[in-house]
Ligand binder design. Structure first.
Ligand SMILES: [Zn+2]
Length: 83
């Protein structure tokens, strides 16, 4: 039998209260916590790779990702590189 050593939630770390909303684009409930250096952390959808704003702290990156704005209507194109 193969011993599947996938990390269980809260296994070796104190489970933090990290409530991360699903992806607003594809609805996926699987996200990645990305970090390139001490100053840059952001949340990325594991499925469609949509990304939240960058922040220094992990919890701020989660706050950025969780931000949702309800707007009526459609966007105007300001810059269009297709033309
Ligand atoms: Zn997504």
């Amino acid at each position: 039998m193969i011993n599947n050593k996938t990390k269980e939630k809260g296994d070796d770390m104190m489970e933090k209260d990290e409530k991360i909303k699903p992806c607003p684009f594809c609805g996926s409930k699987e996200v990645d916590i990305c970090r390139t250096n001490k100053q840059a952390c952001w949340i990325r959808c594991h499925k469609c790779e949509a990304e939240g704003n960058c922040a220094e702290k992990r919890e701020d990156a989660i706050t950025e990702w969780n931000k949702r704005v309800d707007v009526e209507g459609y966007a105007s194109i300001i810059v269009d590189d297709e033309n």
